[in-house]
Design a protein around this ligand. Sequence first.
Ligand code: SAH
Length: 330
Amino acid sequence: MTVAELGEMLGGSGRAKQVWRALLRGDDPFAPGALSERARLKLVGRCRPTSAALGKQTVADDGTLKALVELEDGNAIEMVVIPKNGRTTVCVSTQVGCKRACSFCVTALVGLRRSLSAAEIVFQVELARRMSQERKMPPLRNVVFMGMGEPLDNLDAVKQGVAVLCDQNGLSIPPRHITLSTVGTTPTKIWSLKDLPVSVAWSLHTADDELRHKLVPTMRHALIDLRDAFVRVVQNRNALLFVEMALIAGINDDIQSAEKLADFLVPFGDNVRINLLPLNPGRGDLAPSQPESVGAYRQTLIERGYFCILRQPRGLGANAACGQLAGLGT
Ligand code: SAH
């Protein structure tokens, strides 16, 4: 709940603010003394602490931390805490598993078990904030919805989660520090992002309809229709769109593919940024693009006037990188 919603439940916004102040101090708001006794009695009467808990943690050589979160119903998800350049980013899950079936992603092998609640989404960020403090990591600044699951398949909870994360009396994360990454499920869902003030990333991977259907088999819409919906969102909000390209050797990494992408993105004008990410291993049959191919691909896009960067994978050694989260803690 946002502070305003919690205030309504507890009969006063001051009480809700006390709860968040206790949480931010690292205190348990349910414990005697953390709040005024009136506020605490209200809280205990209306709410209960979650029994979701931090499970196994693995740290990669680069300091990236992968943590299993054990949910109340016995399901588990993974989140990744990434300290880098003086700030920490948390990569959160939005679902237990995913139904999008991307052929290169390990989460797809789990299938969709269920969607997370807004509380479970916020809980991951709050856990990450505490873990980053305990481990003396830089301050938690960024949240990316790039863990397990497809955010547009759980949009209501994601929207509510964003409202809570951005709440000025709570965690107070600036909306532009939150990135929602999506396959772009339908034009209607994409258009609904116009009301969500976060940064948006489109996991596109190819501008070729036939190939995309192989990489993201659950897509039912032509790429051009999805693109046009993103163009409208970007124009409506005067925001940037980040385009994510997982480059797979011999599949989507040749110069013609780069040219095709350059043509496809023309309607975005200056409002697009392209991130290249050589495939992280996980699904046996596919290999990452070779550095020469990635370099040539990037050069093609730069010559066509695009802003295009090569993203370094984080947490590879701990199976914590993009597309490596199966919710098993391995
Ligand atoms: N379902 C959302 C968010 C989760 S995936 C989405 O698809 O955007 C986060 C990012 O990791 C996506 O860009 C996805 O395409 C990418 N990804 C998945 N598997 C990968 C892999 N094996 N190597 C590199 N990136 C991968």
